[in-house]
Design a protein around this ligand. Structure first.
Ligand code: PA5
Length: 525
């Protein structure tokens, strides 16, 4: 890499302690000129979005996550007032919890159980890992982010004997997501089994009048926080979804908001070469040919940012992975995102990145400050942090030598300001890229379809059990049962559900082995 190219392809923003090095991409000579009109249009779309346009046409909604860190920019005064009031409510609640004014049945709260999934979990998980830790976290944070009974038991096992000092925050924008509903019911059952009232330890973050909202009101939960329809799940880290758990943990939410607001200012700049979000969106377009032709590998060389890769995976893939463009044409868009952290991943899949199939571009995230205190020398003049930097630079060079492209983001330290900046940077880059490829980044029809599909299988599960319970003592092969309940076209699913029932409800649904693996009979004794 020539010194000259490095300087001319590097956006340094000292006021944000941030730099974006885009020199290690094979930009065609006239790429920026060719894309000038498209990126101008994307920035203009973004201005309209921030001004309150219906930028999520399928759901006929405004897209307002940028107002969360600059309430004065919301298009209506009542929205600004709601954002400000919600922030005050969050700070008040955190203060009452930390001071012990609000406590559980067994005393002041020591633990926080966050129940949510997808956009209602990944942001809080990322931020807790990035900013929490000994001497900072005022509460130990745990997550229910699935409907896996064993996973729920693992978390409840860690909370054993402490439920009376655990605050549960149930987060669901729609208030009807099954995994979250199940998590809430399982948590409530655990509190009840411990002789405690779940309602006296529970808070809801949800849309007004959702099922969760109604449930929290009916049961008299401690408090409810709003989730507005103009904030999407995966862009809700700086709404109550992310700020409430962070504030309860004792993290600096004011700095997160300030960092995001400052990055928003930097990413509104018209000149794409001076705008880091526009540069990222253009880099993605170049690297993937605007068609997802290559995967995005995220490599933060900092343990605290390990979950940033997973957070970005959702933000980018749920936003950009779309079947149709805004004109209704089939485009099957998206960019596959994966990653974890360096240098750990150098001992895993980075082998393939260096020498295998060249189907990716990498994003290195460099954090200049190693740790808050001094470091020992592991060799004369060399610290562990020097090694980490060496590994980053070495891997980047090795990729470049083999013609594999990368971007490098440099930040000073992994603190709340940086976390806010990174979230804001990627939120806007996703929006700009979506404009470049003409898709709606703000809906998730595939996620909704998944929820509906599961409901169909659960109905069949109930149908099977009803038939077996109505015919106690009788045994059926898969084919017999499928025929009896009029589901011969779904015999495979009948088989899968029967096997699961027999494995988990052994006292009710019994399986008698047959000659072959698919000849077993099933029945209720
Ligand atoms: O980003 C999204 O919209 C989704 O990932 C949602 O956050 C996720 O499906 C959970 O939805 P809800 O918050 O309604 O429970």
């Amino acid at each position: 890499m020539s010194w000259n190219r490095f300087q001319t392809h590097n956006l340094v923003l000292p006021e944000l302690d941030f730099a974006l090095d885009y020199s290690r991409l094979h930009w065609p000579e006239n790429f920026f000129a060719d894309k000038q009109a498209a990126i101008c249009q994307a920035l203009s779309d973004m201005r309209a979005l921030e001004a309150g346009a219906i930028s999520n046409p399928d759901e006929k909604r405004m897209v307002g996550h940028y107002w969360l860190r600059a309430p004065e920019l919301a298009p209506k005064p009542e929205l600004s007032a709601e954002i400000t009031a919600c922030l005050e409510q969050i700070k008040n609640l955190a203060h009452r919890v930390h001071s012990g004014a609000l406590a559980g049945a067994a005393g002041s709260f020591t633990d926080l159980l966050v129940i949510g999934i997808g956009g209602s979990a990944l942001g809080p998980q990322f931020v807790s890992q990035a900013l929490g830790g000994a001497g900072v976290s005022k509460m130990a944070v745990h997550f229910f982010d699935n409907t896996d009974p064993d996973g729920l038991d693992l978390v409840l096992g860690r909370l054993k004997g402490r439920l009376g000092r655990t605050l549960a925050v149930v987060i669901s924008k729609s208030g009807g997501t099954p995994e979250t509903r199940n998590g809430m019911l399982e948590a409530a059952a655990a509190w009840k089994a411990a002789g405690l009232s779940f309602a006296k330890h529970a808070i809801a973050v949800t849309g007004a009048a959702s099922n969760l909202d109604k449930h929290a009101i009916a049961e008299g939960w401690l408090e409810r926080f709003p989730m507005w329809d103009w904030v999407g799940g995966r862009t809700s880290e700086l709404a109550a979804v992310g700020l409430l758990p962070a504030a309860l943990e004792g993290l600096n939410i004011s700095d997160m908001l300030a960092g995001a607001a400052a990055m928003d200012v930097a990413t509104r700049v018209d000149d794409p070469r001076r705008n880091p979000a526009a540069l990222l969106a253009l880099a993605w377009y170049h690297a993937t040919s605007g068609k997802g032709a290559k995967d995005m590998v995220i490599l933060p060389y900092k343990d605290r940012l390990g979950l940033f890769s997973k957070y970005l995976q959702q933000l980018i893939m749920e936003s950009l992975g779309k079947e149709f463009d805004l004109k209704g044409q089939v485009v099957n868009q998206g960019i596959a995102v994966y990653g974890n952290k360096g240098s750990t991943d150098q001992h895993a899949y980075v082998q393939q990145l260096r020498e295998g199939v060249a189907n990716f571009f990498a994003t290195f995230i460099e954090v200049l400050e190693d740790r808050s205190g001094a470091s020992i020398e592991v060799e004369p003049g060399t610290t562990s942090g020097d090694y980490l930097t060496g590994f980053l630079l070495g891997t980047r060079d090795a990729l470049w030598e083999k013609g594999r492209e990368s971007l490098t983001l440099t930040v000073r330290r992994a603190d709340a300001l940086t976390v806010g900046r990174l979230i804001a940077l990627y939120e806007r880059a996703v929006g700009l890229y979506a404009s470049l490829v003409n898709i709606n980044a703000y809906h998730q029809p595939g996620v909704e379809a998944g929820k509906k599909a599961a409901a169909g299988f659960l109905a069949l599960n109930t149908k099977i059990q009803n038939h077996l319970n109505a015919n106690v003592g009788q045994r059926f092969t898969v084919e017999e049962l499928a025929s009896r309940i009029g589901e011969t076209s779904r015999s495979e699913i009948v088989y899968k559900l029967l096997e699961h029932l027999a494995a988990n409800h052994g006292k009710r649904v019994h399986r008698n082995a047959g000659c072959g693996p698919f000849d077993a009979t099933y029945g209720v004794r």
